[in-house]
Design a protein around this ligand. Structure first.
Ligand code: C2E
Ligand code: CA
Ligand code: CA
Length: 697
């Protein structure tokens, strides 16, 4: 043997010890009494006690740990059990407990008898801290996801559900007969029809959307669908997106409950498209539907019909029984109209008392006639309004597609025109549109346009008719009557254009012109030395309701210098029946100007005598219809006599108009009528002619 070093047991021991000291794991040797026999450098570092402090002392002084298991493991190892390996938490000389990977193995003597244990401990505090932070963060995320009202599920690349949140689970258990099909572990692609309500189509579209997001053809996909439960309907918005970032493919599926939104949307739709009173489609929805009906009729070469309805005398009911009663009537009418038609037909309310019925397919004209008759019949049944039995009826105008028009506007216009004709022919009836109505409508338009310019083009003239005192045979008054010298249609009488002037409001400026002309003319005649005469001007209701009437008359009298006593205003009898309080006030104002007032066409209305008594009237004009019937109708004879007697009783004078014959004149004279007016003396004539006539007296 050369001088090569030999490894003595002592040397080996010290080598092993220095090896242990450089070992990164804490190594602690224990004897059978659990006294520490070795404590390496790593142990010093990890636990914070030096070897000098620990050797020879009980291990329990240093490896205090809250977990009693460690003690048990140690006991087993000391009893000779093979190696035990655990993660444990220990208290140390430091402030914080530490986590260690704890393993112990028995130490044996040469006979194999356990004489102690060797404990190896790796400090894993940092790793454990990270792990715990991770667990905490997951728990936190989970809590957030579970707190979401949205239903949320995550599926993997095969479609298998790997996680769902609480809302999703609750929904599945509350709404599905197989909730487990919607939870972790099942393939959602097979199960999505369980959530997507009624339509198989919806479920299929949904599955397709999910696949598209899975294979990347879509970044995201969403679908609204509804679910019916026995008591109510819910709407959901399903959204499918990819989980962002690297890692395995994850698809996030969320379902938002959008029921409230949908209900609000529905309410708005209802308000925008349906009439709130009758719940019928309103004008907007009607126009939309009618457009569709016409498009379909065109495609399928079918005929369609539009019925335009306007209730007869609705205003009267509304005014006399009040708005609540009017509303109730409209509701009842709406119900009855609906009962007259099929589901595929549309009944709409245009507004006011106007309704429209659309019949999308009418093979025969008779089919429309039948419906129109049915409607008329159903509306003639009396309606009970606040205990009052009310009878109503309607006028119907009918337009046909494609014969009368091809678009919505012109068809409604045609039906409207036909409805007017139905009203003219006596109400409670229906009328089909005809081309001749259109022509009349065009004429009306031309007339209306013409009338607007008639004044400035100097086409309006006055005719004059004398009023004669029966006792003296002298002219006492003149009535002015309006004429329109139309450039194409010739001389027009008021009957041809007055209603147009009334409807358009043109009667106000025209009426003012008549007043000014009449006063100017009368003043001119007086200035020319002719005997002064009263000049009578007709006022229409619209003029009387005009707020500036009194001002206008005052101004005209001033301008023309005519003394007011020579101006008479003829007012219609209707006036007496309107708001009597306002009428009395207005007539008193007029009267205070110094003019006289006459009631025209007396006897044709139903004036209350009590009302008549309150009015400051100078003259009653017996309507000429009674004169015409004189002799043939005992009634008319009696009426004329009564009016004369009554007028005298009230202290007003009475004049009969439309007197044409000797016989009429004699009758009136015999019964004390004061004045007469009519062809018997003279027709209404132009100014120059009337002037000649004046000069003869
Ligand atoms: P009214 O006020 O009752 O006028 C009398 C109408 O009877 C006039 O018709 C006159 O021409 C006609 N007449 C006069 N004598 C006889 C007769 O012996 N036999 C028959 N059959 N008819 C006779 P006109 O001029 O066509 O006027 C019709 C209506 O138009 C007038 O009825 C009046 O209500 C209205 N009107 C006329 N001019 C004006 C006006 O300037 N302003 C307003 N607001 N209305 C007017
Ligand atoms: Ca008159
Ligand atoms: Ca009259």
């Amino acid at each position: 043997m050369t001088g090569s070093a030999t490894l003595t047991p002592d040397k080996l021991h010290s080598t092993l010890l220095s090896l242990l000291d450089s070992w990164p794991l804490a190594v602690v040797g224990l004897d059978l009494d659990e006294k520490i026999i070795s404590w390496n450098r790593a142990a010093e570092q990890i636990f914070g006690w030096a070897a000098a402090e620990t050797i020879g002392r009980p291990n329990s002084d240093f490896q205090q740990e809250p977990d009693p298991n460690t003690r048990r493991y140690l006991k087993r190892v000391l009893a000779g059990d093979p190696q035990v390996n655990k993660e444990v938490r220990l208290l140390t000389n430091r402030t914080q407990p530490i986590d260690v990977n704890w393993s112990a193995t028995p130490l044996r003597d040469s006979t194999g008898k356990p004489v102690g244990a060797l404990i190896l401990m790796e400090d894993i505090t940092t790793r454990k801290m990270l792990e715990r932070a991770q667990i905490e963060s997951e728990r936190f995320s989970r809590a957030i996801v579970d707190a979401l009202p949205q239903h949320l599920a995550i599926i993997d690349e095969t479609g298998t559900i790997i996680a769902v949140n609480k809302a999703w689970r609750d929904f599945a258990f509350a709404n599905s007969e197989q909730p487990e099909k919607l939870c972790e572990g099942t393939n959602y692609l097979d199960a999505c029809n369980v959530t997507t309500g009624d339509g198989v189509q919806e479920a299929e579209a949904y599955a397709q959307g999910i696949r598209a997001v899975m294979n990347g053809t879509l970044i995201e996909f969403s679908l609204e669908y509804s679910c019916h439960s026995p008591d109510h309907q819910h709407w959901y918005n399903g959204r499918v997106t990819r989980f962002p970032g690297e890692g395995p493919l994850r698809i996030v599926i969320t379902h938002d409950n959008i029921t409230e939104l949908k209900l609000a949307e529905k309410a708005i739709q209802q308000l925008a498209h349906y009439d709130t009173l009758t719940q019928l489609p309103n004008r907007m929805l009607l126009l939309d539907r009618l457009g569709q009906v016409l498009a379909k009729a065109k495609r399928e070469r079918q005929r369609a019909a539009i019925l335009f309805l306007d209730l007869d005398r609705f205003k009267l009911i509304n005014d006399s029984l009040g708005h609540a009663a009017g509303d109730k009537l409209l509701k009842i009418v709406a119900e009855r109209l609906n009962d007259c038609v099929r589901k595929s037909d549309t009944v709409a309310r245009l507004g006011g008392d106007e309704f429209i019925i659309v019949l999308p397919s009418v093979p025969q004209t008779e089919d429309v006639t039948l419906i129109a008759q049915k409607v008329l019949h159903s509306l003639t049944r009396p309606v009970d309004l606040e205990g009052q039995e009310v009878f109503t009826s309607t006028s119907i105008g009918i337009a046909m597609y494609p014969a009368d028009g091809r678009d919505v506007d012109s068809l409604i216009r045609c039906a409207d025109m036909a409805m007017y004709r139905a009203k003219e022919t006596g109400r409670n009836t229906y009328q089909f549109f005809s081309a001749e109505m259109n022509q009349q409508m065009m004429q009306r338009l031309v007339m209306e346009n013409g009338l607007r310019h008639a004044l400035e083009r100097d086409e309006l003239h006055l005719h004059y008719q004398e009023q004669t005192d029966l006792a003296s045979g002298k002219i006492t008054g003149i009535e002015v009557l309006l004429r329109w010298q139309h450039p194409e249609l010739g001389l027009l009488a008021p009957a041809d254009f007055l209603h147009l002037a009334e409807e358009t409001g043109l009667i106000v400026p025209i009426g003012e012109w008549v007043l000014r002309m009449a006063c100017t003319q009368n003043q001119a005649w007086q200035e020319a030395g002719l005997p002064p005469l009263r000049i009578a001007v007709n006022l229409s209701e619209r003029q009387l309701n005009h707020y500036r009437l009194v001002d206008t008359i005052t101004r005209i009298l001033n301008e023309t210098q005519l003394s007011p006593q020579w101006l008479e205003l003829e007012l219609t009898e209707n006036l007496i029946n309107n708001n009597i309080h306002d009428t009395v006030e207005l007539l008193q104002k007029l009267k205070s100007l110094g003019v006289s007032l006459a009631i025209d066409d007396f006897g044709t209305g139903f004036s209350s005598l009590r009302n008549l008594k309150q009015l400051p009237i100078d003259r009653l004009k017996i309507d000429h219809s009674f004169l015409q019937d004189l002799g043939s109708s005992a009634n008319s004879t009696a009426i004329i006599k009564t009016i004369i007697a009554m007028a005298h009783n009230l202290g007003t004078r009475v004049i009969a108009e439309g007197v044409e014959t000797n016989q009429q004149r004699d009758f009136l004279q015999e019964h004390g009528c004061d004045e007469i007016q009519g062809y018997y003396f003279s027709r209404p004539v132009p100014r120059d002619e009337f002037c000649k006539l004046l000069k003869t007296i």
